[in-house]
Design a protein around this ligand. Structure first.
Ligand code: FPP
Length: 263
């Protein structure tokens, strides 16, 4: 990776970028290739996106690598994706660690086949000292599922008298979710030409700027990523207030999710 060289001031660049990496299958089919080959090329685009984020000093990158609905795909494709994750973990771990990149999983890591799970847990452990950037992989992830699981966990604690209903606010609730260590999403990018969220980070992206791109994920390169960040940097984020209030009060009035806050 090159030295960090952010093109945008910290005050205007996103702190947390999340990406729905859609279009691997169509990219492959358009070239007469198997869908799995599209995913393999997609893994190269993942490498480039991680590098760009690190160079642009974006602190959090969250990638939708496998949804809980993706288990319904043909087993040959699911197996190819699980293999790619192992390959990614093994091949990239040294560079991730050298660059201070912590690895994290959101979703249900327990659902993964044991070989994939072990490889992912190993890279998490190997890179756990990273303090420059957090790469989160959404694996067997569903946004509604994460919300419902958190609600259930709180209901169980409330029934046992360990939580008072009036204690539950947005931050308290967020601490029960698998995304608890992540701040609010600032910029959510989706490739592949569709303008939908597909159950990704429904709670965390409440105020995210959305960028829907027509290109397929394997074609997502550094210049496109930087263009998305440049556009984000020009947006005024009002969080429900008027433009005049934002000018007067600044962004500080809005209380975003506080990752990992305890107590
Ligand atoms: C959606 O495209 C993509 C996925 C379900 C998997 C994303 C996986 C990767 C980019 C590669 C592996 C990831 C890592 C982190 C190494 P699609 O298959 O639905 O495309 P289509 O809509 O064109 O069929």
């Amino acid at each position: 990776m090159k030295e960090a060289n952010p093109l945008f001031d910290k005050a205007v660049r996103p702190r947390h970028v999340a990406i729905i990496m859609d279009g691997n299958g169509r990219w492959a089919q358009a070239r007469g290739l198997e869908r799995a080959e599209g995913h393999a090329e997609g893994a190269n685009a993942v490498r480039e996106a991680v590098t760009t984020c690190r160079e642009q000093e974006i602190e959090y990158l969250t990638l939708y690598a496998f949804s809980n609905a993706n288990w319904q795909r043909p087993s040959i494709e699911v197996e190819a994706l699980m293999r790619l994750l192992v390959e990614f973990a093994e091949k990239e771990k040294a560079e991730l660690r050298e660059n201070g990149i912590r690895v994290n999983v959101v979703g249900e890591i327990e659902d993964l086949p044991s070989h994939t799970r072990r490889a992912v847990e190993h890279v998490i452990d190997y890179c756990s000292d990273g303090d420059r950037m957090t790469l989160s992989l959404a694996l067997s992830y569903g946004g509604r599922q994460d919300i419902v699981n958190a609600a259930r966990a709180l209901a169980v604690r409330a029934r046992a008298g360990l939580v008072l209903p009036e204690e539950i606010d947005e931050n308290f609730f967020h601490r029960e979710m698998t995304t608890h260590s992540l701040p609010d999403v600032d910029l959510l990018i989706r490739t592949g030409g569709e303008a939908r969220l597909s159950d990704f980070l429904l709670f965390e992206a409440a105020y995210a700027e959305l960028a829907f791109l027509d290109i397929m994920w394997p074609d997502f390169k550094e210049d496109t990523f930087i263009e998305c960040v440049r556009r984000y940097a020009t947006k005024e984020r009002r969080f429900g207030r008027t433009s005049a209030q934002v000018a007067q009060e600044g962004a500080k009035v809005f209380q975003p999710l506080r990752p990992g806050s305890e107590g």
